[in-house]
Design a protein around this ligand. Structure first.
Ligand code: 3IO
Length: 336
């Protein structure tokens, strides 16, 4: 009897030491998550939210180390940096490499995505339908979009002639639109824009308005022209080998977050834009310009060729351009 008890305690201890008890000996997986813009901006806010959710839901079995502000990878190195394993996870803005992400960048055509929540779900559904080859070397953890872009400028822009030759910063689909309106479009990631504005390299930008508060652009850009034309699409991607090495239960938790995170980020963005506009009015008395109906029609008319050009380009790449545009239009109706 006694020898049996001693033996069983011995066997139990051995099992524990060998790691059969996940509660006592759970190994912590640490993952590095790179982001390009400063910590107060929405791509980093959603990163911290995802980190918290993953750490909670895995009961600490996974730890996420976040690197905002380009401290691990910059905007343009993000995709390849994650593929090469310089970071385990990264947040990319697809507009910074428009030729690389043709299918998903179709969401930044002027097709009338009304808000970030709708746009985020449209983008995710489009990605799931087409499974573009651009993402075959990574695992997609979520996708989301910015709120529709408006013009933030040192000078008031009320007409197309006010816009003519004005040095404004934008990328990807938004850049095409600015050019069509006759602005002097200058391409650079959001992360380079504070310095460019400060130095006068640009006189404004074309993006979503929450940066008026988050990056304090309201201090320099006292004028906003409402256009609500185009979103910027984003993806959070993970190194494929790192993903494959994760325990199944962790994969399941992350897969369960893909859509939830997309909707959460879109909703956060839409609410935060409102907050930013109010803050900018109160703090810097900014001038919000709404285009007259006649002016708006003129601006819209300039955009018609953009969609046709994108379809031609997609077809040349053997992508079903017409179908992708039709799908986006239908997905907007589904999600709005
Ligand atoms: C964006 C990118 C980084 C931080 C905040 C942001 N708000 C809107 C965007 C969209 C974008 O990528 C851009 O370059 O305007």
């Amino acid at each position: 009897m006694k020898i049996n008890k001693v033996l069983s305690v011995f066997v139990m201890s051995l099992l524990l030491v060998m790691g059969f008890s996940p509660v006592v000996f759970a190994k912590t997986t640490s993952l590095n998550y790179a982001n390009f813009p400063p910590a107060p901006t929405f791509p980093c806010i959603q990163m911290e939210r995802w980190k918290t959710q993953v750490e909670e839901r895995t009961h600490g079995a996974v730890a996420i180390n976040t690197f905002p502000g380009g401290t691990l990878l910059g905007a343009k190195d993000m995709m390849d940096g994650v593929i090469n394993g310089q970071a385990d996870i990264g947040c990319i803005c697809m507009a910074y490499q428009p030729g690389r992400f043709t299918t998903t960048n179709a969401t930044s055509l002027p097709l009338g995505i009304p808000d970030a929540k709708t746009g985020s779900l449209v983008l995710l559904d489009l990605y799931n339908k087409y499974q573009p080859r651009a993402f075959e070397k990574v695992k997609v953890l979520t996708m989301f979009v910015s709120a529709p872009a408006n013009i933030m400028s040192k000078y008031p822009v009320k007409t197309l002639s006010d816009l003519k030759g004005l040095d404004l910063r934008a990328s990807g689909g938004a850049a095409q639109i600015l050019k069509s309106w006759g602005a002097n479009q200058i391409g650079m990631p959001m992360s380079a824009t504070p310095e460019a504005l400060q130095k006068g390299v640009v006189n404004g930008l074309f993006s979503s308005l929450e940066v008026m508060k988050d990056l304090k652009f309201a201090e320099i850009c006292r004028n906003v022209t409402m256009t609500n034309t185009v979103i910027y699409p984003f993806a959070v991607i993970m190194n494929k080998n790192k993903w494959n090495a994760l325990p199944e239960d962790v994969k399941k938790i992350m897969d369960g977050l893909v859509r939830e995170q997309s909707a959460w980020t879109g909703e956060y963005m839409d609410n935060h834009v409102e907050e930013s506009i109010n803050w900018s009015k109160q703090t810097y008395d900014i001038n919000v310009i709404n285009l007259s109906d006649a002016e708006k029609t003129e601006w819209d008319n300039k955009l018609a060729p953009i969609i046709e050009n994108w379809i031609d380009d997609a077809n040349k790449k053997n992508l079903p351009g017409d179908q992708i545009v039709t799908d986006i239009k239908n997905l907007i109706k589904t999600h709005r």
